[in-house]
Design a protein around this ligand. Structure first.
Ligand SMILES: Cc1ncc(COP(=O)(O)O)c(C=O)c1O
Length: 371
């Protein structure tokens, strides 16, 4: 008899952590997956006032407070032109729990989950934890996911395919036509399109579109984490059709009971309050993206222009990531995000311009070393 489940033995601690551990204490960290801004004051105040008023001492409804779910519904009407009913929303412990619930509720043992490669590390691990079989698929040259690639990968065993736009680790943004295609594919093949939209509000050109605008077989995962720089608060949500939400609620009820009550109040305030902070952060990321791209181009590193999020993914020569880390800048090797990430590095630009410029100088030295 083995001590641990086969499922847990099939996953390991993310490669990103190992990179952080390999770097020195004074290294510049371009490995981070979180904005470097404070949480908006009105969001913090929402939590403080709720705590002081004694509103957070007990469980909330399993799905989250009605006020929060109404704020989430208003957000979807405002930003996505989507009519979401508050009863079809579950507030979760970050987007991470929302992804987990979606997998648990839809994937049977041995069923397949298709996701982008390179892609966010949780898709592979959560598929395995649900007992499913990961089916990573490669990206286009511009690092977007081709709907045709997804459709070709679908078999009788496919339960879910994941779309992430804007994407981690690439910064790529899917076109409205792609999103329409993803929705069609989900409907036609009767599989779930799991749309990870946590970077939704960080788009530099054009705007984010959700496959939920175009079809029924979609679950949307979102969070306050990146939009409002609230990664520590752990507040996300999932929305989908009533039957899917009811199934996801079964898992949520037993693994989480409800999202943390103070975080729910902070999220309600963030979603309902002034949104200018979102635009300010986007502007800052846009400026940094341009600084980074210019620097990478000067070094001769080819980088598809990221249209969103706060990551860039250049093609890099052999030994580049190790040399850069050795010189004192943390970046993440592309293969941490899947086999097809090899030959790339993920660079997060969630640092100020001055730090970014300093890091670029270090990268230039490292690039000269490995050329
Ligand atoms: C693509 C993507 N989805 C989901 C998450 C999870 O976010 P949260 O912090 O809300 O759990 C992350 C976090 O890095 C992410 O990059």
């Amino acid at each position: 008899m083995s001590r641990f489940s086969t499922r847990v033995e099939s996953i390991s601690i993310s490669g990103i952590r190992e990179v952080f551990e390999a770097a020195g204490d004074d290294a510049i960290n371009l490995g981070l997956g979180q904005p470097d801004f404070p949480t908006p004051a009105h969001a913090r105040r929402g939590a403080v006032e709720a705590i002081e008023a004694g509103h957070v001492d007990a469980y909330t409804s399993n799905k989250g407070t009605l006020d929060l779910r109404e704020a989430i519904a208003r957000k979807h009407a405002r930003d996505n032109d989507l009519d979401v009913a508050p009863k079809d929303v579950i507030a979760t412990a970050g987007g991470s729990e929302a992804l987990h619930l979606a997998m648990e509720a839809h994937v049977d043992a041995g069923q397949e989950v298709i996701f982008p490669d390179p892609g966010f590390v949780a898709y592979d691990a959560l598929t395995k934890l649900a007992g499913g079989t990961p089916k990573p698929v490669p990206l286009r040259e511009d690092l977007t996911l081709d709907p045709a690639t997804v459709e070709e990968a679908i078999t009788e065993e496919t339960a879910v395919f994941v779309v992430c736009s804007p994407a981690n680790p690439t910064g790529a943004v899917q076109s409205p036509e792609d999103m329409r295609e993803f929705a069609r594919i989900a409907d036609e093949h009767d599989v779930l399109c799991l749309s990870d939209e946590v970077y939704e509000r960080i788009v530099f050109e054009g705007s984010h579109r959700s496959p939920m605008e175009f079809g029924e077989n979609v679950a949307v995962v979102n969070a306050c984490s990146k939009t409002y720089s609230m990664t520590g608060w752990r507040l996300g949500w999932v929305t989908s059709t009533t039957d899917r939400i009811e199934r996801m609620l079964r898992a949520h009820q037993y693994v989480q009971a409800c999202a943390s009550a103070p975080a729910q109040y902070a999220a309600e305030a963030a979603l309902s309050g002034p949104q200018d902070v979102v635009g300010e952060m986007r502007e800052a990321f846009n400026e940094r993206r341009d600084v980074l791209l210019d620097g990478l181009t000067d070094m001769g590193l080819e980088t598809p222009t990221p249209q969103g999020a706060f990551y860039a993914m250049p093609s890099v020569p052999d030994g580049w990531v190790d040399a850069v880390i050795d010189e004192g800048v943390v970046v993440v090797p592309g293969e941490a995000f899947g086999e097809h990430g090899a030959g790339h590095a993920r660079i997060s630009y969630a640092v100020d311009v001055e730090t970014l410029k300093e890091a670029l100088e270090v990268m230039e030295t490292a690039t000269a070393r490995v050329r």
